[in-house]
Write a protein that binds this ligand. Structure first.
Ligand code: NAD
Length: 264
């Protein structure tokens, strides 16, 4: 049995939104698997706090403040990471935002602002890291979409369209960059308890109601997502390209279970 089953030892992995709930768990899991991690976040202090925790555990981790909606900021951050750690083998496009907004009257500027982070930001980061992946003969992109990519999430402005866009962006990247040795895949989380979703759980009874909806019987954790991302990023997934891995405890399957069908 090999010591480095995932083949991640010494590989450089860049994680966006690494100061947040899911991003910090992804960075930690990749580091635990032996990867050298570049942590990018608009909130540089949050990314640095995670990086410093990982360094205390013996990992190589470098945090860089970066706004993924700003192309110059992304290019600079990728160069900083490259100078410190070397060419990236892995990019996890995890940074994302969720904002309320009804389609009847959402200001177009607000619509565009969300797409700029959740969709366009993923392409900007992928383009900026591509030369590094080419320099080392290939790499792996993993994008965090959502069950909202296939289930319209009402009153959330461009959130669902942005995640559907990321899902297709990933498949298009799989086609266009596959011949260069760059794989592209998606992880789609269901209900995960993080700072982004925490406000929902403050309301009484919401946790229990959500748990009752999920066949697996619980709300997901950032670690659940980090495990799936680590697999797709790794050499164990070297023939997986253009795939979507749902990590939702079975939530996406429940429609017929919720449908009244007397006799069944
Ligand atoms: P989070 O709010 O805890 O973390 C998001 C991180 O992204 C934050 O650290 C934030 O500073 C960073 N960020 C936001 N805009 C940025 C920008 N312009 N540039 C750089 N960094 C930026 O949220 P989370 O729950 O950890 O979400 C991570 C990803 O998972 C998101 O893409 C989200 O849409 C997706 N997701 C979350 C859930 C859930 O239930 N929490 C479910 C499905 C999908």
């Amino acid at each position: 049995m090999t010591q480095d089953w995932l083949g991640l030892a010494g590989q450089v992995a860049i994680v966006t939104g690494a100061g947040g709930g899911i991003g910090s768990a992804i960075a930690a899991e990749l580091a635990a698997a032996g990867a050298v991690v570049g942590l990018l976040d608009r909130d540089g202090a949050a990314a640095e706090a995670v990086a410093s925790r990982l360094r205390d555990l013996g990992a190589s981790a470098v945090a860089t403040a970066c706004d993924i909606t700003d192309e110059a900021s992304v290019r600079m951050a990728m160069e900083t990471t490259r100078a410190a750690l070397g060419d990236a083998a892995i990019l996890v496009n995890n940074a994302g935002i969720l904002r309320p907004g009804a389609l009847a009257d959402i200001p177009i500027a607000q619509w565009n602002a969300l797409l700029a982070v959740n969709l366009t930001g993923c392409l900007t980061c992928a383009q900026a890291v591509r030369p590094q992946m080419l320099a080392r003969g290939g790499g792996s992109l993993v994008h965090i979409a959502s069950i909202a990519a296939t289930n319209p999430q009402p009153r959330s402005g461009a959130y669902s369209p942005s995640k559907a866009g990321v899902a297709m962006l990933s498949r298009q990247l799989a086609l266009e960059w596959g011949p260069d040795g760059i794989r592209s895949n998606i992880v789609s989380p269901g209900f995960i308890r993080t700072p982004m979703s925490e406000a929902f759980y403050l309301a009484p009874g919401i946790l229990e109601r959500r748990e009752a909806m999920v066949p697996r019987g619980r709300v997901g954790t950032p670690q659940d997502i980090a495990d799936a991302v680590t697999f797709l990023a790794s050499a164990r997934a070297s023939y997986v390209n253009g795939a979507e891995l749902l990590v939702d405890g079975g939530l996406d399957q429940v429609m017929m279970e919720l449908t009244p069908r007397p006799g069944f």
